[in-house]
Design a binder for this molecule. Structure first.
Ligand SMILES: Cc1cc2nc3c(=O)[nH]c(=O)nc-3n(C[C@H](O)[C@H](O)[C@H](O)COP(=O)(O)O)c2cc1C
Length: 201
């Protein structure tokens, strides 16, 4: 299934086609494709080129790793994410490696890396569904995430599947229209709250 963004203005096909399904096809992701999507994360920009991100990844064949991933998700997410062939957690290094000083852009940069990963995934026909609904402290314990690193988001990665495989409430959400604020609401100029002139239709 595809769910292209009904954008107000033209955007690149990869942006239009990226979305966050909860139904996944029973189809594995090859290691070549996995390499490409994490390579895309690698080439994200970051403050001081610190590259303050790391990803814990489990493919379904890795039964122990996959079970560990599912164990840190909240129940709501685990219920649908278990059908994805790959689960991951994005982790941010909150301090600079060179001097342990706080890196206030670490989360921002990790999000940027995951955004690029998601776009690369879209180019391969994959979808990435990010999740805040997981227990970061449990993830720290289960995976041995060191101090100074924080788990930011869990990721379900796979090929979009049949919405009919979902229970009714999730199926309804899967099929519901995609919505966004208009750019006039968040693109400002001159003064906070003043819409940039180009941003109105
Ligand atoms: C950081 C982050 C956390 C999210 N957490 C969850 C989550 O816990 N469970 C869930 O079902 N969706 C989650 N989502 C998915 C969003 O609901 C989804 O991205 C949003 O509704 C926009 O839909 P789209 O990605 O299809 O455009 C999360 C997305 C992001 C980026």
């Amino acid at each position: 299934m595809q769910k292209p963004a009904p954008s107000d203005f033209p955007v690149h096909e990869l942006i239009r086609e990226r979305w966050s399904p909860r139904a996944f096809a029973d189809k594995p992701v090859t290691k070549e494709v996995l390499r490409s999507i994490f390579e895309a994360a690698r080439w994200a920009p970051s403050s001081s080129n610190e590259q303050p991100w790391a990803y814990l990844v489990a493919v379904k064949d890795d039964k122990d790793g996959f079970a560990k991933m599912l164990s840190v998700l909240v129940e709501f997410n685990a219920a649908w994410a278990k059908s994805a062939p790959v689960l991951a957690i994005a982790v941010a290094h909150l301090v600079f490696a060179k001097n342990n000083a706080p890196n206030r852009n670490a989360q921002y940069d990790t999000g940027a890396a995951t955004a690029l990963l998601s776009v690369e995934a879209t180019a391969h026909g994959l979808a990435v569904h990010q999740m805040a609904g997981f227990d970061p402290e449990k993830a720290r314990q289960v995976f041995g995430i060191p101090a100074g690193w924080d788990a930011m988001a869990a990721l379900a990665i796979g090929y979009p599947g049949d919405p009919n495989s979902l229970p009714q409430p999730l199926k309804d959400r899967e099929l519901s229209p995609r919505t966004r604020k208009p750019i006039a609401e968040f693109v400002m100029a001159g003064q906070w709250g003043h819409t940039a002139p180009f941003a109105t239709k």
